[in-house]
Ligand binder design. Structure first.
Ligand code: FAD
Length: 302
């Protein structure tokens, strides 16, 4: 069996595996798609100490670093079940069952898509999901934020400090964000809020040039010219396969303590799949390292 089996091969999982392997213990990684969300990222400017890099390039370095150690990397494999017996068992879609003394879950998350024409086409060409990452790319420009929940309104407030104008589109008749955020939003001079509207299309040629939305009660259609669209309608953790085996929040995020431990002894978690409040590459790497040290601590005590 493994000493540490990492499920997920994004920055969180890669970091956890390297930290574990450096303790000289038997370490494996199972990953459906090595690199995770980073594979879908174009420019990265906030991976501290590297001024600029690109997703696939960072993933290549992650992989090279993982290969420096005797880590058993099982790519293109999806975990479908976890069970704590004497050892912890992880069953893969292909039927294989991997056994390990500890498991680190780092299956990440995915941004919920609005699913309108133009969204997929203009991803990284004006359509963005992460204001902390891509906000500065739109300095002085006009952008829209789709979604009036806490993340949407936080994004709108954040972006209003950087861009020229922010148009917020909310499907429901009211914003769902906390009052204090709404107050702050409405105090800003360069924000327009449209409620009870449905996004119809993100338009563009080689990159985004506007957004079309429909007023839900009148059916009236409007087009706004702008350069960027931030989709903020939720981040979904990839944790459904865990069902009730580990404790999750109502959003599906795995609940971890300061050591990265879940409620199941020997099972740890790191990165975007956990209830950590902020989801970034550098944060998931830190939490992967933290969970690996937590798992090592557990191994020497049990
Ligand atoms: P992920 O990167 O999501 O990796 C999850 C891993 O788990 C993948 O290998 C996946 O295949 C695997 N997996 C999932 N389910 C299973 C399963 N059942 N079995 C086996 N494997 C499974 N952050 C920044 O800091 N800076 C940026 O500029 C930036 N830009 C971004 C741009 C985009 C378009 C997106 C989508 C995200 C961006 N982020 C950025 C966020 C950053 O990518 C994430 O915070 C980070 O990748 C999280 O790492 P992770 O390892 O926790 O999860």
């Amino acid at each position: 069996p493994f000493d540490v089996l990492v499920v997920g091969g994004g920055p969180g999982g890669a970091s956890a595996a390297i930290y574990a392997a450096r303790k000289g213990i038997r370490t494996g990684i199972v990953a459906e798609r090595f690199g995770g969300q980073v594979m879908d990222t174009l420019g990265i400017e906030n991976f501290i100490s590297v001024k600029y890099t690109e997703g696939p390039k960072l993933v290549a370095s992650l992989e090279e670093h993982v290969k420096e150690y005797g880590i058993d990397v099982m790519k293109l494999q999806r975990a479908k079940r976890l069970e704590k017996k004497n050892l912890i068992e992880v069953e893969l879609e292909n039927g294989a069952v991997l056994k390990s003394k500890t498991v680190i879950l780092s299956t990440g998350a995915r941004w919920r898509n609005v699913g309108v024409p133009g969204e997929a086409e203009f991803k990284n060409k004006g359509v963005a999901y992460c204001p902390h990452c891509d906000g500065p790319l739109f300095t002085g420009k006009h952008v829209a934020v789709i979604g009036g929940g806490n993340s949407g309104i936080e994004a709108a407030i954040d972006l209003a400090g950087i861009v020229k104008h922010v148009t917020v589109l909310e499907f429901m008749p009211e914003l769902k964000a906390d009052d204090v955020l709404q107050k702050r939003l409405y105090s800003l001079p360069n924000v327009t809020v449209h409620k009870n509207v449905q996004t119809k299309e993100i338009t563009g040629t080689d990159k985004v040039n506007g957004i079309t939305y429909v007023e839900r009660d009148s059916g009236a259609e409007h087009h706004v010219e702008l350069e960027g669209v931030f989709v903020q309608i939720g981040l979904v953790p990839n944790t459904d396969w865990l069902a009730d085996t580990v404790e999750r929040t109502r959003f599906g995020e795995i609940v971890v303590d300061r050591h990265g431990a879940t409620n199941v002894p020997g099972v740890f978690a790191a990165g975007d799949c956990t209830n950590s409040p902020y989801k970034q590459i550098i944060i998931s790497m830190g939490s992967g390292a933290n969970a690996a040290l937590g798992a090592f601590d557990y191994l020497i005590r049990n």
